[in-house]
Design a protein around this ligand. Structure first.
Ligand code: ADP
Length: 256
């Protein structure tokens, strides 16, 4: 009997050892995959604005362009936008992937109507495609206190996602209201998000599906960061979405 107990014990020990080594290997493989994806994606995310900046500066150096204020103005706006994009990206990566969690807000008072109008207009200008329709229903008019840089980053992340994960005939509806909170909703008719994946959307590095499902590059940090920003404002963010129908992201922040 003691031999049997010993054999069972040895079997369990060897089995446990095997189980843990395999689990460890799988975890290491997963981490290696995440790292490779991250490096590939960040290379892509950095290359696009840098390429545009190179083209834009070349354009400004051309003799025939020097006499054309409209082209100069347009190109300088492009440079400004790409700069902001790079600034946002670097900020996002430094704040998140290196583990600095704390977001320090520098709040200022803005008028809800003017502020949202400004973001939406700038966003509309930055779109390459004229086929994307944007509808605004912003009737709120109140002073609120937010960190403009961070809050704008949060809203732009959602708007940019609507475009990245949009389909032909994309429509984006942006609405805002004030009741007990300041509520902003951004609704798209894009590819949508399966119910099962929705609880993980705001997790660090989370991306739905894989390259086969959608061929869109990203770091899986945008919504995580957006959530952090909204939390720092003592607010909340929710998603409602249906596959192939679209998604609505709603942000609520307290008025005081
Ligand atoms: P990224 O866009 O860099 O992958 P995000 O954190 O911004 O990272 O988004 C996480 C994931 O959520 C995306 O990979 C995408 O699968 C999904 N997602 C986000 N916004 C939308 C949207 N409007 N429609 C469909 N899927 C979305």
């Amino acid at each position: 009997a003691s031999l049997l107990i010993l054999s069972v014990f040895i079997f369990l020990f060897v089995f446990g050892l095997l189980y843990y080594s395999i689990k460890n290997l799988i975890t290491q493989k997963k981490i290696a995959d995440i790292k490779t994806d991250f490096v590939n994606n960040i290379t892509h995310e950095l290359k696009t604005p840098l390429a545009t900046l190179t083209l834009a500066t070349k354009m400004l150096k051309k003799d025939e362009v020097k006499q054309q204020p409209a082209i100069i103005e347009n190109t300088v706006s492009t440079i400004e936008r790409q700069n902001i994009r790079l600034q946002k990206l670097i900020d996002q990566v430094l704040n998140n992937s290196l583990g600095y969690q704390e977001i320090k807000l520098h709040k200022e008072v803005v008028n809800t109507n003017d502020y949202l109008d400004m973001i939406v207009n700038d966003f509309q200008l930055s779109l390459d495609s004229e086929s994307i329709k944007i509808y605004k229903n912003i009737t709120v008019n109140k002073e609120i206190s937010i960190d403009k840089f961070y809050f704008t980053t949060a809203i732009l992340n959602i708007l940019e996602n609507a475009v990245k994960y949009g389909k032909e005939g994309l429509e984006i509806h942006i609405s805002a209201k004030i009741k007990h909170n300041f509520t902003i909703s951004i609704k798209d008719n894009g590819i949508g998000i399966p119910k099962k994946q929705q609880p993980f959307l705001f997790d660090k590095f989370y991306r739905v599906g894989n390259k086969e499902v959608h061929n869109v590059k990203g770091l899986g940090l945008g919504l995580y960061y957006t959530h952090q920003i909204i939390k720092a404002h003592k607010g909340n963010i929710f998603v409602e979405s249906e596959e192939n129908v679209g998604s609505t992201f709603t942000i609520k922040i307290p008025l005081k």
